[in-house]
Structure formats: C-alpha cells, structure tokens
Design a protein around this ligand. Structure first.
Ligand code: ZN
Length: 148
C-alpha cells in the first residue's frame, strides 16, 4: 500500500512539473512571438512611411500613397503614374498586414492569442510559428476557403 501511495504522489509531482514546463514553454513562445510581431510592425510602418503620407484619423492612421515627382516629360509622367499605382496597391497590402499584426499583438495582451476566431479552439503552435498573425485554425481556414 505504501509503495502504491509513493507511486501516486511521485506521479502527481511529475504531472505538476510537466504542466509547469508547458506553462513556461507557452510563456516563452508568447514572448518570442510578441517580439516577432513588434519587429514586423516596425518594419511595415517604415515601409509605409517610405511610400505614403500618414494622417491621423478616428481610431488610428490612414495612409495615402505619395505621388512621385520624376520630371515633366511624357515618359517621366507615365512612370510617375505607374509607380503611384504600385504604391497604392503595395500600401493597401501593407496596411492589411499592419492591421493583422496589431490585432495579434492586442490578442497577446488580452490573452486571446492563438485561439481560433471561429471555433475558439487553440491554433496549432506550428501554424502560429509560421504565421504568427493566424486568426483561424487550419480547419476553419480551409472551410472558409471552400465557402462552407
Ligand atoms: Zn477553428
């Protein structure tokens, strides 16, 4: 009986240590992810600043693509228009990435990070490692894509 009890308490200790390790690892994972997201946020902001003018608006900032000035010739004007169009589409995709990044950072603060927005289950850590801004688990993402 005594040996059984000993076994029982040591099992309890092992599982405590096990859960403690998982807890520590998830804390480490979160802090690495937070770092990654902050760096990404800074990078996107820099890129946006290069191609657009930032102006304050309700709830955040809006970005307007800068119109380039190369010169007065027809060729130069055509290039200006082409690059302006590129800036607009690049700016849009950068703005989207910035919003996703900031959303992920907010979720870390509010303890919602890594939880699928649709099924509320935990998103696979491997997926989050590859795509730190993932909002859905792979299942829900595939369902969404298939229009289900
Ligand atoms: Zn899901």
């Amino acid at each position: 009986m005594e040996t059984y009890q000993n076994f029982d308490t040591s099992l309890g200790r092992v599982s405590k240590i096990f859960f403690f390790l998982i807890y520590i690892m998830s804390k480490i994972f979160l802090s690495i992810t937070k770092d990654k997201l902050k760096k990404q946020q800074e990078k996107i902001k820099k890129q946006l600043a290069e191609i657009s003018n930032r102006s304050k608006r309700k709830g955040g900032y809006s970005y307007e693509a800068k119109f380039p000035e190369y010169g007065r010739s027809e060729d130069e004007n055509a290039n200006e228009v082409a690059d302006f169009a590129d800036s607009i589409s690049l700016g849009k995709s950068l703005e989207n990435s910035l919003a996703e990044t900031e959303l992920a950072l907010k979720k870390i603060v509010s303890n919602q990070y890594g939880i699928c927005e649709i099924c509320k289950k935990k998103i696979n850590l491997q997926r989050l490692g590859i795509l730190p801004t993932a909002r859905y688990c792979l299942n829900c993402k595939n369902n969404k894509k298939n229009g289900a």
